[in-house]
Design a protein around this ligand. Structure first.
Ligand SMILES: Cc1ncc(COP(=O)(O)O)c(C=O)c1O
Length: 314
C-alpha cells in the first residue's frame, strides 16, 4: 500500500506504473483543519480542494486507481472530537470520490496519534486519567463509520496506525544518581547519569519516576538533570520524590516511544537494552563503546598523525 503525499509523488507513481506496465492501486494522504498546529506538511489539503484534485488526477491516469484515503493528524491526541471530525471528513471525501469519479475505495486509514499513559507538562491531571482508553477511541471512530457505512458501495477496511500508545509502557530507563546539590534557586538539584540524549520526550512529558528502595514518608521537591553539558539537559523540574542520595537508582517509566529511536550518542555512548520477561533478563542490545562511535569515521590520510599514516616515508 502506498499513500501518496504530493502531486509530485502522484506523477512519479503514475510514471513508474506505466514504465513497468502494471497499474497501481494507491491511496492519498489527506491533511485537514483539525488541531493546532496543523500537521499540514503531509499530504493534500482537504479544505483547499487539493485532496479532491488528487483523487481526480488519479482517476484520470490509466495506470493509477484510488484504493484508499489516509489521514494522520498528529501525535498524543487525547481530544476524541478530533478523531470524530477526521473520520467524518474522510468519509465526506470518500463519498465525493465514489460519486463523481467512480472510485472504489478499499480502505480508510485514520493514522495514529493515540495518547499514552504519560503526562504532558501542560496537564495538571496524570495521563492515566486524561488519556482516553482504546475502547473510547474505537467507539468514537466506529460510531461515525458505522452510521455512514451504507454510503459505501463496499464497506471499506478501517486501518489504524498506533505508535506511542502501543509501545510507551514497554520500556523503563534505569538511571543512577551521580550527585545531589543545592541550587541558587534554593531547590535541590539531582544529577543522574541519563540525559535528554536518551530521553528526548522529557521536553514534553512529566515521566513517572520511582526510586529503588523502600523510603520513609519524607519526600522533597527537586530538579532532576542529566549529565550533558548544557542547562537544557533537564529531565524534570520540580519533581516530588523521596529523599534521594548519590548512588540511588531512579527508574523512569513509560519511555518506550520516541526515546531510543531518537536517542543519540552525545557526550556518552548509549547504555545496553535488556529484555525483562518474568524472571528472565536478557541483553538485547549491548552497551555502546567509544569504538562503536568511531567505527564509521574516515580520517583523511593527510590529517592522520605521522605515526598513524599508512604510507611509509620514502
Ligand atoms: C503516518 C504515521 N502513522 C502513524 C504514526 C504513529 O504515530 P503515534 O506514535 O503518535 O501513534 C506516525 C508517527 O509519526 C506517522 O507518521
Amino acid at each position: 500500500m502506498v499513500n501518496l503525499d504530493s502531486f509530485d509523488e502522484l506523477e512519479l507513481a503514475g510514471a513508474v506504473a506505466k514504465e513497468i506496465g502494471r497499474p497501481a492501486q494507491v491511496g492519498i494522504r489527506v491533511n485537514m483543519r483539525l488541531n493546532y498546529p496543523a500537521w499540514d506538511k503531509f499530504g493534500f489539503n482537504l479544505e483547499e480542494g487539493q485532496a479532491l484534485e488528487a483523487c481526480r488526477r488519479i482517476a484520470a491516469n490509466p495506470f493509477l486507481s484510488l484504493a484508499g484515503l489516509h489521514c494522520h493528524a498528529g501525535t498524543y491526541i487525547i481530544d476524541l472530537s478530533i478523531y470524530r471530525k477526521l473520520i467524518e471528513n474522510l468519509i465526506g471525501l470518500a463519498v465525493k470520490a465514489q460519486g463523481t469519479l467512480g472510485a472504489e475505495l478499499r480502505y480508510l486509514d485514520v493514522g495514529g496519534g493515540y495518547g499514552s499513559l504519560n503526562t504532558l507538562h501542560t496537564q495538571l491531571m496524570p495521563g492515566e486519567t486524561t488519556c482516553p482508553t482504546p475502547d473510547q477511541y474505537a467507539a468514537t471512530i466506529c460510531e461515525v463509520l458505522n452510521s455512514r457505512i451504507t454510503d459505501f458501495k463496499n464497506p471499506p477496511l478501517l486501518l489504524l496506525e498506533p505508535g506511542r500508545s502501543v509501545v510507551d509502557e514497554c520500556m523503563v530507563l534505569l538511571s543512577t544518581v551521580v550527585s545531589v546539590k543545592n541550587q541558587s534557586s534554593g531547590r535541590k538539584g539531582i544529577i543522574i547519569d541519563a540525559g535528554v540524549n536518551l530521553l528526548p520526550t522529557a521536553f514534553y512529558y512529566k515521566h513517572d519516576l520511582a526510586t529503588d528502595r523502600e523510603v520513609s514518608n519524607v519526600s522533597e521537591q527537586v530538579d532532576i538533570y542529566g549529565p550533558l553539558c548544557m542547562q537544557i539537559d533537564l529531565i524534570r523540574k520540580g519533581a516530588t520524590i523521596p529523599y534521594t542520595q548519590a548512588g540511588d537508582v531512579i527508574t523512569i517509566r513509560n519511555v518506550g516511544a520516541y526515546n531510543f529511536s531518537q536517542s543519540m550518542q552525545f557526550i556518552q555512548p548509549r547504555p545496553a537494552v535488556v529484555l525483562i520477561d518474568g524472571a528472565q533478563v536478557q541483553e538485547v542490545r549491548r552497551a555502546e563503546t567509544y569504538d562503536d562511535l568511531k567505527r564509521l569515521e574516515i580520517v583523511p590520510e593527510r590529517l592522520r598523525s605521522p605515526w598513524n599514516r599508512k604510507e611509509k616515508a620514502s
